[in-house]
Design a protein around this ligand. Sequence first.
Ligand SMILES: [Ca+2]
Ligand SMILES: [Ca+2]
Length: 76
Amino acid sequence: MKSRRRSLRRSEAREIFNHYDRNKNGNIDKPEFFALSEAIGPGMTPEELEIGWAEIDRNGNGRISFDEFFAWWSEE
Ligand SMILES: [Ca+2]
Ligand SMILES: [Ca+2]
């Protein structure tokens, strides 16, 4: 049951990730992340966006991979 729920969350995350990966390069880039955060947390300040970005981009390579996104998504 638990693993089933987890896989559901993964496909949900994948759907969102793909939706906001506008240029389909397999990563969420900064402008794409800003569009995403506008959808999930409207009215975030630029500072909050920077903090959120740094949190999700764990290896600091300037892109959010699906694994990084999913790790963040499944945390809460
Ligand atoms: Ca992209
Ligand atoms: Ca990264």
